[in-house]
Ligand binder design. Structure first.
Ligand code: B1M
Length: 222
């Protein structure tokens, strides 16, 4: 990996947003994801390489460390912020079609459930791994999921639930999606959800954390 790509990857891994950012202390005063991404583009590094060989590598490392309880929500949020800062520079290349995304992932917290911290983390990690994400928000009804899936053909869908009571919504939504779009790929997650529950309701994949979901999605397009 070229030196600048390694530096950008480190900025994502450690949550270094820009030069002025005081976090993380060991990178104080150094250029961050903002300056380095701009510099890489100015030096002619392809936007696709910046995405796949720097940003996604850094994000993957964060996902693994988060799964292993080596970093926690605040660090992941800093990494996500560094990532989105870098993405501002890459956006024109996405829009021009010069950067290929892996696919589209639709996510929402199920009907009756307003918890969105975990869903937002999942969103950032999936986005950071090269997917287009359509975030439907919280308290999302089955019909809204189905409408989004009709609009984005072949998109994967993810349902998040934090309450034991809204696991029933998850089951209902899965049934409605299956009936309307039989070949839909449905992933489920959230604190009370288990692999056993996933199997019972006929969803395709369960992950207790964002990294597992990213691995599942990537495995589907490999
Ligand atoms: Co609520 N709440 N809450 N709450 N809340 C819990 C979940 C609860 C466990 C607290 C408790 O009693 N100990 C409890 C649920 C009990 C149960 O059903 N078993 C509970 C309750 C009861 C309630 C209310 C009913 C309280 C009331 O009003 N009486 C109410 C319900 C409102 C509603 O949704 N209709 C309510 C309200 C709220 C707040 C609004 C105050 C707030 C939410 C703010 C927000 O989200 N914007 C809130 C919070 C913050 C919590 C706790 C404290 C934290 C949840 C959280 O954000 N965790 C929670 C107790 C706790 O967990 N300590 C609690 C951090 C987050 C990063 O983790 O969401 O699990 P998590 O996401 C993880 C994984 O699960 C996974 O990845 C994420 C990152 O690792 N993941 C997926 C999530 N979705 C995924 C999808 C995937 C894959 C992985 O694939 C698609």
């Amino acid at each position: 990996m070229s030196e600048i790509l390694k530096q950008i990857s480190d900025c994502i891994e450690f949550g270094k947003i820009n030069k002025a950012a005081p976090f993380p202390p060991q990178m104080k005063g150094q250029d961050g994801a903002d300056e380095l991404t701009r510099q890489a583009l100015d030096e002619g590094v392809p936007a696709q390489d910046i995405l796949s060989k720097a940003l996604m590598i850094g994000m993957e490392k964060v996902g693994i460390k988060f799964r292993e309880n080596k970093v926690f929500v605040p660090q992941v949020l800093m990494s996500a912020k560094a990532m989105s800062t870098a993405m501002v520079h890459l956006k024109p290349f996405f829009l021009s079609g010069a950067v290929k995304q892996k696919g589209t992932f639709i996510i929402g917290t199920v009907e009756g459930d307003l918890h969105d911290i975990g869903k937002n983390l999942v969103t950032m990690m999936v986005e950071g791994n090269g997917w287009e994400v359509i975030d439907l928000g919280t308290d999302v009804k089955a019909e809204t999921f189905v409408a989004a899936m009709r609009e984005h053909e072949n998109a994967f869908v993810g349902l998040s639930a934090l309450l034991t009571t809204t696991m029933a919504s998850m089951e209902k939504i899965t049934k409605v999606i299956r009936a309307e779009i039989p070949n839909a790929k449905i992933a489920v997650g959230g604190a009370p959800v288990t692999q056993e529950f996933c199997d019972k309701i006929g969803a395709d994949a369960y992950s207790p954390d964002p990294q597992g979901l990213v691995e599942y999605l990537n495995s589907q397009v490999a």
